[in-house]
Design a protein around this ligand. Structure first.
Ligand code: TRP
Length: 370
């Protein structure tokens, strides 16, 4: 739709398959909070994509149910404000299911098979051998429904989601060509720098993932952070003695410091250096021990997570209110997505019971047939 004054609407979401970790925090949560607080958007909607999570967890709906509360708690404790941001649950939005069904007719199986994210995930989940559930294969279509059902103009996502937004744009263009200008064409927004795009796991290898056990969760306590950093983070294998020159590139402790350390942290915990650059120079020169670096990182992470942890504890003691927040958010989302579905059905002229003109048309048709 080409409104003269396009409303600025954000839609994004997460699959509720586990607690959120530092990778989610630097890659998306932090920016969502900043976008929320910028005051530049008419609507911000965040979808807990439980239906999408079921496409590869159909045998374990309990896991998805459990993690809805974990994900909402992580949102609220990281600073998403339900007075500004609408938090809603996908499975309770029937308009999304209807839109998915219509969009299925606008996408070929050949096109879906070419989606690189689907291909990678298929391999990861062993669907290549076991056979591919249709629901999983089609989830990019349901994601297009998520996005368009809110008339989203902007979709902040990780880089791995770009093929989904591309697919959505194709569906929008095809729909509008077929039925007239109806759907809003969304844009993706991805993180600006490499650390935000992909924070490595604490083992330094892959991205953070629960199955690899290389995560630090937003809800982890100080003791766990310390254990994870000391136990699982490798530094520079050539930095054997403190006096040896060290490498900061590819050194996961420094990657994490890049992502989290501020000059304030130096003032508070490591006043020998004014900032990270000075610290890195010393490490490269030799004479700065890995123990000191790790201890500083533990302090930085703990300081970053302490307020989030405190907020979480507050919300955990009041699950009644959290329940009311997602119920109210979902009700508002039902209204928003219901309007878009009605517009879509009208464009397709399958809104039979919203428009009595059809009676006349049927009568005319029958006259001609006789
Ligand atoms: N596919 C996204 C992920 O795995 C989650 C998601 C579902 C989403 N629906 C969405 C993201 C709509 C953006 C917009 O992270």
């Amino acid at each position: 739709m080409d409104n003269k004054q396009q409303r600025q609407i954000i839609l994004t979401g997460d699959r509720p398959t586990g607690r959120l970790h530092l990778g989610h925090y630097v890659g998306s949560l932090k920016r969502r909070v900043a976008l929320q607080n910028s005051g530049k958007f008419d609507e911000i909607n965040i979808l807990i994509a439980d239906d999408q999570a079921l496409t590869d967890n159909a045998d374990n709906p309990g896991k998805i149910r459990d993690n809805i509360i974990n994900v909402v708690l992580d949102y609220l404790s990281a600073g998403l404000d339900p007075k500004i941001t609408t938090i809603c649950v996908q499975s309770q939005l029937p308009a999304l299911h209807a839109l998915t069904f219509y969009y299925m007719n606008m996408v070929t199986t050949a096109r879906l098979s070419r989606n690189p994210t689907v291909k990678a995930e298929m391999a990861l989940r062993g669907f290549e051998d076991e056979g591919l559930p249709v629901g999983f294969f089609a989830y990019p279509i349901s994601q297009a429904a998520d996005i368009t059902a809110f008339d989203a103009t902007l979709v902040p996502v990780g880089e791995d989601q770009l093929p989904m937004i591309e697919q959505t744009r194709e569906i929008v263009e095809k729909f509008n060509r077929t039925y007239g200008e109806t759907l809003v064409l969304p844009k993706a927004m991805i993180p600006e720098n490499a650390v935000e795009r992909r924070l490595p796991g604490i083992d330094g290898k892959a991205k953070m993932s629960k199955s690899l056990g290389n995560c630090i969760y937003l809800s982890d306590d100080s003791k766990t952070i310390k254990k994870q950093v000391n136990g699982k983070m490798f530094t520079d294998p050539t930095h054997l003695r403190i006096e040896d020159p060290g490498h900061t590139e590819g050194n996961v402790v420094f990657t994490y410091l890049d992502a989290f350390a501020t000059d304030d942290h130096f003032r508070e915990f490591l006043p020998d250096y004014a900032n990270l650059e000075e610290m890195k120079e010393h490490y490269r020169r030799g004479g700065l021990g890995d123990g000191t670096c790790k201890k500083f990182l533990i302090n930085v992470l703990d300081e970053t997570l302490a307020p989030i942890r405190a907020e979480r504890a507050r919300w955990e003691a009041d699950i009644d209110s959290v329940y009311d927040i997602i119920r109210a958010g979902t009700e508002l989302a039902q209204e928003r997505t219901g309007k878009v579905l009605a517009r879509v059905q009208k464009a397709m002229r399958i809104d039979y019971f919203a428009d009595r003109r059809i009676i006349k048309e049927w009568e005319e048709l029958l006259k001609k047939q006789h």
